[in-house]
Design a protein. Structure first.
Length: 94
């Protein structure tokens, strides 16, 4: 999970993740200040990002601990830690 998006839950339990009986892939990440990750959002999906601790930017928008944001447009999400951060990314059926 450190410096990357780690799959922690999915419908099919792939990659050793927990099985969730919903159409969702749940990712978790720990980023150090300055670390960056990307996520490609397909047009038939939507994403919820929940910041658990620290601060980060999502496509340039500043987010802080406790903030959550929904993304419904397809494309690449660029996430950069502006402080040591932990967040969850939910890849959901649209």
């Amino acid at each position: 999970r450190t410096g990357t998006l780690g799959l922690v839950g999915s419908r099919d339990g792939r990659e050793g993740s927990l099985t969730i009986h919903q159409d969702v892939d749940l990712y978790s990440s720990l980023l150090k200040k300055g670390d960056k990750v990307t996520f490609d959002l397909r047009g038939d999906r939507q994403v919820w990002v929940q910041v658990a601790s620290g601060a980060l930017t999502l496509n340039g928008q500043q987010l802080y601990a406790g903030d959550g944001v929904a993304v419904t447009d397809s494309g690449t999400l660029a996430i950069e830690a502006t402080g040591d951060s932990e967040f969850l990314l939910f890849d959901l059926a649209a």
